[in-house]
Design a protein around this ligand. Structure first.
Ligand SMILES: *[C@@H]1O[C@H](CO)[C@@H](O)[C@H](O)[C@H]1NC(C)=O
Ligand SMILES: *[C@@H]1O[C@H](CO)[C@@H](O)[C@H](O)[C@H]1NC(C)=O
Ligand SMILES: *[C@@H]1O[C@H](CO)[C@@H](O)[C@H](O)[C@H]1NC(C)=O
Length: 685
């Protein structure tokens, strides 16, 4: 079951021979793209009836304007990558240390020294040094250093160099969070979220989401930069990794070469890579500005809009709204409709234009929205929500915001989360609000750890990569949970996993990767649930336990995973961990096909065997099928050696014929032997 030898036709052959393997060649299990689907029930029938909302045309419409003020100045001066207790300064020698109130308190230097030592011990696989470093961190934590408390909480929670204790971890995170540590707030919010304590989780995530958004932009949203998934199924995700090598990547070098030769498109592309810090590059506003300016000179009009934004934000240049207006207006003439968002913004604020004009702003936002620019919907949503230059209209606001949400706009996700949290326009739904806030909060500056984790991984520094991904896992990042688990499973036998005392025992390692897969699976990674099911089913790393396997497959199945459905069907058919129930087995097999048409063949074969089992229990063939798992490895090997290259449906059919012939022979033999022959009625199915 679930052997994950992907893309091999021979698997289907194996499936027929044992009616056991359903390895559906699906693309790497991925968490489904986020789409918010609301039904009529989610909307309040009469929003003006809500107590917390002043009626649309009342003078109080601006009462909570500050709270909704989305057009406030942002502070581009602050480097969004730095937050008080971030590990980034430890990782990046180029970045300056965070400027705390007391930059050089003894606890501070103790923490910095301890954390540095811990990271290098992880790189070098030196368990003794790691233990010493952890002791230093503990000393700093005892002295009340929030960053150290947060790091110690992480070590305690995972059971690294000290006994695993979730309660101690929670307590330490709480201390750190109360002292303002945002990483620990993430960890605590996630912990509440897992326990479905949404009242508590929603408040924290709201605060974190807001912090995450302070670094966001005016008109153009940065492309979503999610942590890279190291693996695809059980294999390394080579394609994604290749594209993340920053300046070492060949594609990047080609682009740079073309840009240097005067290719405007390449210049623009290079500008974007630096501006957003994509593909493993460090964000570099100066280089971005340089390339965008050159691209405009060479006639690439797309760069005009970004130049406008750069001047409006003062990113890498001195802020100048006059220049911003000039470039945005030029871009809008092209037309690049998203530039109308920037123009609208300038008119809302009255920057760089003769005077504030809300009518004009709304016209520009509408122009952008009508031309499929999600940013336009977002801005219109905010105007209607707050009644800026328009009559306040919550329904209209919701409609615009939801369109922006489904285009993945973090600011819109934040606003809709707020509507759910407060029950304005939408029915109060804390679970939903929490999830939405969480997705925004995870874009906060702390997400930059994933860059360092990936960089370490690409350099072959698995110890550091594992440590950093594990830290992010603690903060609730699903991809980091999967990545850490995958590294543990794949490379855990090397000395990279720290246990309670020294390197992990096999048991510790399995338990840890198990816990990580489980968390990832709770967060919707169906592939993770399947791996857990397999671990129990085959007794890999844990005692074989069919019931828990079934539980895990159920979990994956509830996320519409065809393979899990198949496996459940199989377990019902054979009474492994689930009641022997042929009807239910068939239901699961049918479901598997409905979800994934690639499951058709294995399911057909499984159904054949099911049919035989129902109608000819105890027949030769059923016993034959049941005895196959023992010879299965042999068959697989043979198939791999001999048939790999040409294995396809033809061979499969031949094999099916062979089995059928065997079966018919056996039946004939029995019919002759028996005085009272059985009349089979028709072919299977
Ligand atoms: C902004 O740019 C304009 C023209 O591009 C220039 O005249 C003005 O002095 C600049 N403002 C500042 C504050 O640099
Ligand atoms: C604002 O813009 C609109 C349309 O673009 C225009 O008709 C109106 O006169 C402007 N209002 C002011 C006060 O300038
Ligand atoms: C399967 O293999 C046979 C010969 O090996 C070939 O003739 C046939 O086209 C193949 N079919 C598919 C669907 O690839």
């Amino acid at each position: 079951m679930a052997r994950f030898l992907l893309h091999r036709p021979l698997l289907l052959l194996a499936a027929i021979s044992v009616a056991i393997v359903a390895s559906l060649a699906r693309p790497a299990a991925a968490v489904r793209p986020f789409v918010l689907v609301l039904s009529v029930d989610d909307f309040l029938k009469d929003s003006s009836a809500h107590p917390s909302l002043p009626s649309a045309d009342s003078a109080g419409a601006d009462a909570d304007a500050d709270e909704w003020d989305d057009f406030a100045d942002d502070s581009p001066g602050a480097d969004p990558l730095l937050s008080p207790s971030s590990w980034v300064p430890l990782l990046d020698p180029a970045s300056s240390p965070p400027s705390g109130d007391e930059p050089d308190s003894p606890a501070d230097s103790l923490f910095v020294a301890g954390a540095r030592a811990m990271l290098s011990a992880a790189s070098e696989g030196d368990d003794a040094a790691f233990i010493t470093a952890a002791a230093q961190i503990e000393a700093a934590a005892t002295a009340g250093h929030p960053g150290a408390q947060s790091a110690l909480a992480f070590l305690s929670g995972a059971g690294m160099t000290r006994p695993a204790s979730r309660s101690r971890a929670f307590l330490l995170h709480k201390f750190a969070a109360d002292a303002g540590d945002l990483q620990s707030k993430m960890a605590i919010a996630y912990s509440y979220f897992r326990q479905e304590m949404y009242e508590e989780a929603v408040t924290l995530y709201a605060e974190l989401a807001e912090a995450a958004l302070t670094s966001s932009l005016i008109s153009k949203e940065p492309p979503v930069i999610e942590p890279i998934r190291l693996h695809s199924g059980t294999e390394e995700n080579k394609e994604a990794l290749r594209k993340s090598r920053g300046e070492d990547d060949e594609d990047f070098q080609i682009t740079e070469y073309q840009a240097q030769r005067g290719n405007a498109g390449a210049m623009y592309k290079l500008g974007l890579l630096y501006y957003y810090g994509l593909r493993g590059l460090r964000r570099d506003y100066r280089k971005a500005f340089h390339w965008f300016s050159k691209a405009v000179e060479k006639g690439d009009t797309r760069a005009m809009e970004v130049l406008g934004e750069i001047y409006a934000r003062g990113a890498g240049v001195e802020r100048n709204y006059t220049e911003a207006y000039k470039w945005l207006a030029l871009a809008a003439k092209q037309p690049h409709y998203s530039a109308y968002n920037g123009l609208g913004y300038l008119y809302v604020k009255g920057y760089g234009v003769e005077k504030k004009n809300l009518t004009k702003a709304r016209e520009y936002f509408k122009l952008a929205a009508d031309n499929k620019e999600a940013g336009g919907h977002y801005n219109l949503g905010v105007l209607y929500l707050k009644g800026i230059g328009v009559k306040r209209d919550i329904i209209e606001a919701c409609n615009h915001l939801l369109q922006a949400v489904n285009a993945g706009q973090p600011k819109a996700i934040y606003q809709v989360a707020k509507l759910f949290q407060k029950g304005i326009g939408l029915k109060r739904n804390l679970h939903m609000a929490t999830m939405l806030y969480k997705s925004v909060a995870e874009r906060g500056p702390w997400s930059s750890l994933s860059r360092w984790a990936l960089e370490s991984y690409l350099k072959g520094d698995l110890g550091k990569a594992l440590l950093l991904y594990s830290r992010m896992a603690d903060l609730g990042y699903e991809v980091a949970q999967s990545n850490a688990a995958w590294i543990l499973d794949r490379y855990g036998d090397q000395s990279i996993c720290m246990g309670e005392s020294g390197f992990c025992t096999d048991m510790e390692r399995h338990l840890r990767s198990h816990a990580l897969w489980w968390q990832a699976s709770e967060q919707g990674n169906e592939h993770a649930a399947l791996l857990i099911g397999d671990a129990y089913y085959y007794g890999r790393g844990v005692a074989r336990d069919y019931e828990r396997a079934a539980e895990a497959y159920m979990h994956a199945q509830s996320q519409s995973n065809a393979q899990a459905m198949f496996n459940l069907g199989y377990m019902h058919e054979h009474g492994h961990g689930l009641p022997l129930d042929l009807h239910l087995a068939k239901r699961y097999y049918d479901q598997a096909v409905a979800v994934d048409s690639a499951a058709k063949l294995p399911v057909m074969l499984a159904l054949t065997s099911l049919w035989l089992r129902k109608n000819y229990a105890d027949s030769f063939l059923v016993r034959f099928i049941d005895s196959l798992p023992e010879i299965y490895p042999v068959v697989e090997e043979w198939v791999e050696d001999v048939l790999m290259d040409e294995g396809n449906a033809t061979i499969l059919t031949l094999f099916a014929c062979l089995v059928t012939v065997l079966y018919l022979r056996e039946r004939q033999r029995r019919q002759v032997a028996a005085a009272n022959p059985q009349q089979p009625d028709g072919a299977p199915m």
